[in-house]
Design a protein around this ligand. Structure first.
Ligand SMILES: [Zn+2]
Length: 157
């Protein structure tokens, strides 16, 4: 079982991750089921590699009882329409922040077989993917929330 990395000032959670060079590499293939197991044990619906101490562009997400492996994900389009959702994070136990996200996104990634994929995600899955890709860019929800607040303040002329 993998150990969860927690804390709003923990360095690995604030660092941009490295792309996965070979999704079929033994260590990556071994990591994927372990990440799913850890996500289930912790009752999460998503888990990014930095949260288990690996600074790699890799995450797992679960929606509608289906697990998606996101290797090297990049969000290529965001809907103009936004939604505010009270988000929690396995790395920030007991903390929740209202985060503004796009209601739909397009994401390109490689699946667990290393095959390139492109999907349009909506609803909860879109929120989870945006949260996990944030992790891969070194952004945790407390910092995303602060940025949002600053922006809102700036708009109050
Ligand atoms: Zn998180």
């Amino acid at each position: 079982m993998l150990t969860l990395v927690t804390g709003a000032t923990t360095k690995i959670l604030l660092k941009k991750t490295e792309r996965v060079k070979d999704p079929l590499a033994k260590e990556i293939q071994a990591l994927l089921p372990e990440m799913v197991e850890t996500m289930h044990k912790e009752k999460g619906i998503g888990l990014a590699a930095p949260q288990i101490g690996k600074s790699l562009r890799l995450a797992v997400a679960e929606a509608d009882d289906r697990v998606i492996f996101l290797i090297n994900p990049d969000i290529t389009s965001y809907s103009q329409e936004k939604i505010v959702f009270e988000e929690g994070c396995l790395s920030l136990p007991g903390e929740f922040f209202p985060i503004i996200r796009s209601i739909a996104i397009t994401v390109r990634y490689q699946n667990e077989k290393g095959l390139p994929k492109k999907i349009r995600a909506t609803g909860l899955l879109a929120i989870i993917i945006q949260h996990e890709v944030d992790h891969l860019d070194g952004i945790i929800i407390v910092n995303r929330y602060r940025k949002q607040q600053k922006k809102n303040k700036a708009l109050k002329l």
